[in-house]
Design a protein around this ligand. Structure first.
Ligand SMILES: NC(=O)c1ccc[n+]([C@@H]2O[C@H](COP(=O)([O-])OP(=O)(O)OC[C@H]3O[C@@H](n4cnc5c(N)ncnc54)[C@H](O)[C@@H]3O)[C@@H](O)[C@H]2O)c1
Length: 252
């Protein structure tokens, strides 16, 4: 039976590429997102066998718990987690909202999905790993270059939520280490996926790319490649790290 990886946000631009890459790597993908039709479509196109689609709202504590306990009941506990689900809310005019315009509701929804959702997944993963020990477990959260640079296209609510992910994975890495589990995050730069296209028209790609040392917008496959490495055996001594996938847009 394949080793199971839970991928949240599986129907999104980056999530779908991650599912495809991990399926090609030989994992059994448990693809999770809000919309069943969309996630079933992803699963139907994955290479290999042992994949499953599920609806999961990562802000719902009981649903997150059920996702892990259901996998355990099926005899295929979740061995690794890629927490790619996320949101970036723009104003009704389609523009990035300045801090002074962000409603409390939009702030809280953004923290709930991006930060609290990652917390719920990490907490339940570690609880599940305590019930069903796994070898070389991996948890990979999603931060963003926006949280590292202060952001140009996203909102302060999004930036703060992604900063929380960076801090959470460090705390999680310390606590997960005794279980033999690594906890890391990727910080994508500008990636050609739906979230970026909320604020960047393709006609402006050349201008934006001029500020990226590798001179191009990234692809979902670029991020999926980094995830494949972090899940693989060569990354076994990497934990508490934030891996930049940004073409040199931001260098530490
Ligand atoms: N695209 C970029 O340029 C970029 C840059 C930096 C970071 N990121 C991060 O990468 C991740 C994927 O981004 P993307 O560009 O593929 O975005 P996307 O909008 O294409 O995908 C996000 C997915 O998350 C799902 N989702 C939203 N709320 C959810 C919830 N409560 N529960 C479960 N699923 C939920 C959506 O349905 C969607 O399928 C996000 O965490 C995003 O913040 C993206």
């Amino acid at each position: 039976m394949s080793v199971v990886v839970l991928v949240t946000g599986a129907a999104g631009g980056i999530g779908r590429a991650v599912c495809e890459r991990l399926a090609a790597d030989g994992f059994g993908v448990l693809a999770a997102d809000l919309d069943m039709d969309a996630v079933q479509d992803v699963v139907s196109q994955l290479p290999g066998e042992g994949h499953r689609a599920t609806t999961l709202d990562i802000t719902q504590e009981e649903s997150v718990q059920a996702t892990f306990s259901d996998a355990e009941s099926l005899g295929a506990p979740i061995a690794h987690v890629v927490a790619a689900a996320g949101i970036l809310l723009f104003g009704p005019d389609g523009d990035r909202p300045p801090l002074t315009s962000i409603t409390l509701g939009d702030w809280q929804l953004t923290q709930n999905v991006n930060s609290t959702g990652t917390f719920l997944l990490l907490r339940e993963y570690l609880r599940s790993a305590t019930r069903h020990p796994i070898s070389n477990g991996r948890f990979i959260g999603f931060s963003s270059v926006a949280a590292q640079l202060g952001g140009y296209r996203s909102s302060s609510a999004y930036i703060a939520s992604k900063g929380a992910v960076m801090a959470l994975i460090k705390a999680g890495a310390r606590e997960a280490a005794p279980l033999g589990i690594t906890v890391n995050a990727v910080a994508p730069g500008l990636i050609d996926a739906p979230m970026l296209r909320q604020s960047l028209d393709t006609r402006n790609d050349a201008q934006v790319s001029a500020n990226i040392p590798l001179n191009r917008i990234g692809t979902p496959e670029d991020v999926a490649g980094a995830i494949s490495f972090l899940i693989g055996p060569d990354a076994s001594y990497i934990t508490g790290a934030v891996v930049d996938v940004n073409g040199g847009y931001r260098m530490q």
